[in-house]
Ligand binder design. Structure first.
Ligand code: MRU
Length: 367
């Protein structure tokens, strides 16, 4: 995806004089690049639940714009009523997906602005809420670029980099976290190659990561998830870079199911395992990854390949277990790359320092 010309993963649009949350429908990629306009809050909630829009930062951006949409589409003529609209919208959006903390972080920001704006007339209140949502989107793009700059220093010339799922422009407001690091390394002229785990069951790696990298001219080879360990054993992976859905205070990281297996294999073969994520993915209220809620998704995602095959690939009625995420313990992670610097071991202290603005506890060099 050429992020400079991209339509934008999720944006605010005024269409036919109706406001809308406009998003790339990722369920149709790579076959079709279709923009979906959500005119009511319920459509935004459906888009998040069904993964039309997905990836932790993009979910947060969508939720913020969803709250703005709710106040713009409400006929309420008092600010008091609009505050209730914000609260109800936040409640509906919070129920869409449980793991990515960016969703709750963005909703909290929107609620705080609403509560601090009760003295404004309704139109000004609507405007302030939209501005906040657009700031969340703009900041995310900026943070991804910074993550890319910091992370690129960890990528050697000529590296073979393995990534899991899609932590790219599609998973954020643009540019990406893990793919932001890869993009920045590529833009610095490092001759890199990416191993993209296909990422069963929904194939975010094969469908989305490979598509984004192809648009950018970055060499990429798709592998079945089960291939990663043998590639590391053969010395063909120089580092792993993945995104995150939630990072606990001790540095444990929830990310797409299968990430933990990649981290174990990387540890076994002395391959550095890096996580790239904005501070909005950090949840310091949780002591460890054990407390992170893991989303369970429908059996159909496992029984039908990417939802595109009429016939199931398993016996009808087969028992299925389909967790969407797993937790990689902090001890398996060499570094967490954020927009304010790189957190290194011990991650708990380093993350606490970076999030409180103390860069001496993390590496802040970007060259
Ligand atoms: O279920 P998904 O596709 O929303 O899962 C996405 C991931 O696990 C990503 O790796 C994570 O959200 C980081 S995106 C920058």
């Amino acid at each position: 995806m050429d992020v400079s010309n991209a339509p934008g993963t999720v944006t605010w649009a005024e269409t036919r004089e109706r406001p809308a949350v406009r998003l790339i429908d990722q369920t149709l990629l790579p076959g079709e690049l279709v923009l979906k306009d959500c005119y009511v809050l319920e459509e935004v909630c459906e888009a998040i639940k069904s993964l039309r829009v997905r990836g932790a930062p993009a979910i947060g951006c969508s939720a913020a714009l969803g709250v703005a949409l709710a106040v713009y589409t409400s006929g309420a003529d008092s600010t008091g009523e609009l505050v209730s609209v914000v609260e109800e919208a936040a409640e509906q959006l919070a129920a869409t997906r449980p793991t990515a903390v960016n969703l709750f972080w963005a909703l909290e920001r929107m609620r705080r602005v609403a509560q601090g704006s009760t003295d404004l007339p309704p139109e000004a209140f609507r405007h302030v809420l939209l501005e906040e949502a657009q700031e969340i989107v703009g900041d995310d793009l900026d943070h991804c670029r910074r993550i890319g700059e910091y992370g690129a220093e960890l990528i050697p010339q000529g590296a073979n980099i393995l990534t899991h799922c899609n932590a790219g422009a599609l998973a954020t407001a643009g540019y990406g976290t893990a793919l932001g690091v890869i993009r920045a390394a590529h833009q610095q002229g490092k001759d890199i190659h990416v191993w993209a785990d296909e990422t069963r069951p929904l194939l975010q790696g094969a469908r989305l990561t490979a598509w984004e990298l192809e648009q950018e001219g970055i060499a990429c080879t798709i592998i079945c998830d089960s291939v990663a360990a043998s590639l590391m054993q053969a010395g063909k992976v120089d580092c792993v870079v993945v995104g995150a859905d939630r990072i606990a205070a001790n540095g444990d990281v929830a990310n797409k199911i299968g990430t933990y297996a990649v981290a174990i294999a990387a540890d076994r073969h002395d391959v550095p395992f890096y996580v790239a994520a904005p501070l909005s993915t950090l949840d310091l209220s949780l002591a460890s990854g054990q407390e992170i809620p893991i989303e369970q998704r429908s059996p159909e995602e496992v029984c039908y390949l990417a939802g595109r095959v009429a016939a199931p690939i398993c016996p009808e009625g087969a028992d299925v277990y389909n967790p969407a995420f797993d937790v990689t313990p902090a001890e398996l992670i060499a570094a967490i790359i954020t927009e304010v610097g790189i957190a290194r071991q011990p991650l708990a202290a380093s993350l606490a320092g970076l999030s409180s603005g103390d860069s001496s506890t993390g590496s802040c060099s970007s060259s």
